[in-house]
Design a binder for this molecule. Structure first.
Ligand SMILES: O=C(CO)[C@H](O)[C@H](O)COP(=O)(O)O
Ligand SMILES: [Co+2]
Length: 220
C-alpha cells in the first residue's frame, strides 16, 4: 500500500514559508490547516495565503478546513487550486453535496471527523469521497499528543474501505511522529499528516524518511 506523508505548515516558520516548503521537498503533499476561530478556538490562514501557496509550492496542497461553514468555503479552495479539500462532518449539514462540489471543481474531496465523532454514519458515503481523515487529536492546535483511543475507529474505517474496493485514502492528523506512526499504519492509515515532528526536526528530509520507514514496517 502506498504511504503518503503530508507535512503540516502550521508548524512551519510563517516568515519563511517558501524556504520551509523547500525543506520538505521529499514529502507527498503539503497539509494546510485553515482555522476560522469558530469551529476551533484558533485562527490560522485563509484563501489569500492558500492562493500564494498554490502558486509557489512544488508539491500539491492538501487543505484541511476547520471552519464553521464548509458549504460556503470548500468550493473556493478547490477553485484556488488545492489538490485536495477536506471538510469536517461535524460542520456539514449535507456532506455529499459539499464533496460533490469539491470534485466538480477538479479537487479530491476529503471528509474529516473529530476524535469523539463516530465513523459509522459516514461509511455509506465512501463512494462520494477520495479521503477520510480521522483526527488523532482534538483539532485546533499543533504539537498535541496522539490519541490512541481513535484506533478502533480507524480499523473499522480501513475494513469498510477495503470492503468497497475503492481507493479511498485513510488519513490521520495530530501527534504523528516516529513513535506513533506505526500504530496508525497498523490500524489502516496510509496518509499521515505530521507538523511538529517534521518542521521541528533539524533535518526535515531525514525525519520524513524515518516516518516513511516506520509506517512501511506496519503498513497493510
Ligand atoms: O489539523 C491540525 C490541528 O488541528 C494539524 O494538522 C495537526 O495538529 C498537525 O500538527 P502536529 O503534527 O504537530 O500534531
Ligand atoms: Co490538519
Amino acid at each position: 500500500m502506498a504511504i503518503r506523508i503530508h507535512p503540516s505548515i502550521l508548524a512551519a516558520d510563517f516568515l519563511r514559508l517558501g524556504d520551509e516548503l523547500a525543506r520538505v521537498a521529499d514529502a507527498d503533499m503539503i497539509h494546510v490547516d485553515v482555522m476560522d476561530y469558530h469551529f476551533v478556538p484558533n485562527l490560522s490562514f485563509g484563501l489569500p495565503v492558500v492562493e500564494r501557496l498554490v502558486a509557489g509550492s512544488p508539491l500539491p496542497l492538501d487543505v484541511h478546513l476547520m471552519v464553521d461553514d464548509p458549504a460556503r468555503w470548500a468550493g473556493d479552495y478547490a477553485e484556488a487550486g488545492a489538490h485536495s479539500v477536506t471538510f469536517h462532518a461535524e460542520a456539514a449539514a449535507d456532506p455529499v453535496d459539499i464533496a460533490r462540489g469539491i470534485r466538480r471543481r477538479g479537487a479530491r474531496a476529503g471528509l474529516a471527523i473529530k476524535p469523539g465523532t463516530p465513523i459509522e454514519p459516514y461509511l455509506p458515503l465512501l463512494d462520494e469521497v477520495d479521503m477520510v481523515l480521522v483526527m488523532t487529536v482534538e483539532p485546533g492546535f499543533g504539537g498535541q499528543s496522539f490519541l490512541a483511543s481513535t484506533m478502533p475507529k480507524l480499523r473499522r474505517l480501513r475494513e469498510a474501505v477495503d470492503a468497497t474496493g475503492l481507493d479511498v485514502w485513510v488519513q490521520v492528523d495530530g501527534g504523528i511522529n516516529e513513535d506513533t506512526i506505526g500504530e496508525a499504519a497498523d490500524a489502516g492509515a496510509n496518509t499521515f499528516v505530521a507538523g511538529s515532528s517534521v518542521f521541528g526536526a533539524e533535518h526535515a528530509g531525514d525525519q520524513l524518511a524515518l516516518l516513511r520507514a516506520r509506517a512501511a514496517q506496519h503498513a497493510h
